[in-house]
Design a binder for this molecule. Structure first.
Ligand code: TXA
Ligand code: MG
Length: 337
């Protein structure tokens, strides 16, 4: 299959492919998604097989209007407040669905579903033109870092999907915040650009503990138990920028080719010959660059270790650290004292 690069002028063609049950990747403000008609169980099934995704990990239903949500779920007063405040935007809302209104393939057999209205204008046009909501998991092979450019999508799926709607690099760089409204108190299942501080004025206290799900448990937040965001190289987190000098000395003794993923001030201490990827200057630029950086090291297959910079886990930093910890499988540099 030839994978097309769609743009603003070819949205009708992309929408037609979706209506035929084909897969079309789409841009959002967070990461690129892998779209398929959410009302077509066969199309949704091919999203799982194409991604290599475990079938008990449900898909997000991506919409261009609230009416599309109302086809499947009652919009509760809390949901309405969140939609007023944050839609379109990087917030996914879990609601109880009308029994049987969505296929089990989409919901993973749960009686709830995740709904999201992305900010990207072209994607909302694409969904409106298709006339159906689309499932939208991140457009990466399962386990790999999420894609923040159309090239990342093509790297993983060229020849396997009908096309990708290219609208340049995404802004935020990590996936949407997921808020579960079917539990009391309301719970954050995945941290993103919208955090407890932003949610509190709208719906009051939220549980942001991100309860961990073990491999054998019935998934509550199903995606959380799987390996995620992992490049080929082993990522090692350097918790404190002050430790970088020591970490660089230590890693040089490991006799393994290594790279560094850090902000410019830290990269200034790293020899030019060392493969390195810039996280820019602050937590915004670092979050934007994180997945691109992890993917960049995969293109340097000689690198087997990557030292990566931590940020304080507050605000956007909580979202950044959630992804970095998973990509590193929790490996931290251990300073001598
Ligand atoms: O920013 C985003 O949300 C991106 C863009 C493309 O929209 N999409 C995305 O989808 O990150 P995905 O499939 O990679 O992550 C969706 C997460 C999964 O961890 C899944 O387990 C969880 O949402 N999820 C979906 N339905 C759920 C439900 N009913 N209850 C709890 N978690 C659910
Ligand atoms: Mg994903």
């Amino acid at each position: 299959m030839e994978t097309k690069r769609f743009d603003q002028t070819t949205i009708p063609e992309a929408a037609a492919a979706l209506r035929r049950g084909e897969l079309v990747a789409f841009p959002t403000e967070t990461v690129y998604g892998l779209g398929a008609d959410a009302t077509n169980a066969q199309a949704a099934k091919s999203v799982y097989t194409t991604k290599g995704r475990p079938s008990d990990n449900p898909l997000i239903v991506t919409v261009s209007s609230r009416e599309m949500v109302a086809q499947f779920a009652d919009i509760t007063p809390q949901a309405e407040k969140l939609m007023d405040a944050f839609w379109p935007g990087p917030l996914t809302i879990i609601l109880t669905i009308h029994p049987g209104s969505l296929s089990k393939t989409v919901t993973g057999g749960l009686d709830t579903a995740a709904f999201r209205m992305p900010e990207n204008q072209l994607t909302r046009e694409l969904i409106a033109e298709a006339g159906v909501p689309i499932v939208g998991p991140s457009a990466n092979k399962s386990g790999k870092p999420s894609p923040t450019t159309a090239d990342h999508v093509l790297h993983d799926f060229d020849g396997e999907i009908a096309g990708v709607l290219d609208d340049g690099p995404t802004e935020v760089g990590v996936e949407s915040t997921i808020v579960d409204l079917t539990v009391d108190p309301v719970a954050i299942l995945r941290p993103g650009a919208i955090g407890p501080k932003e949610l509190y004025p709208v719906i009051g206290t939220v549980d942001s503990e991100m309860h961990h799900v073990g491999a054998n448990e019935t998934p509550k937040a199903p995606g959380m138990k799987y390996k995620h965001y992992a490049p080929t190289a082993q990522v090692i987190i350097v918790d404190d920028p002050e430790q970088f000098q020591e970490a660089l000395k230590w890693i040089a003794t490991q006799n393994q080719p290594f790279g560094v993923l850090a902000t410019d001030d830290i990269l200034a201490q790293v020899p030019d010959a060392t493969p390195q990827f810039s996280l820019g200057t602050d937590i915004q630029s670092a979050t934007h660059a994180l997945f691109a950086g992890l993917r960049w090291f995969d293109l340097h297959p000689t690198v087997t270790l990557v030292l990566a910079q931590a940020f304080p886990a507050v605000g956007l930093g909580a979202a950044y650290m959630n992804r970095l910890l998973k990509s590193a499988g929790n490996e931290h540099f251990k300073p001598a004292k």
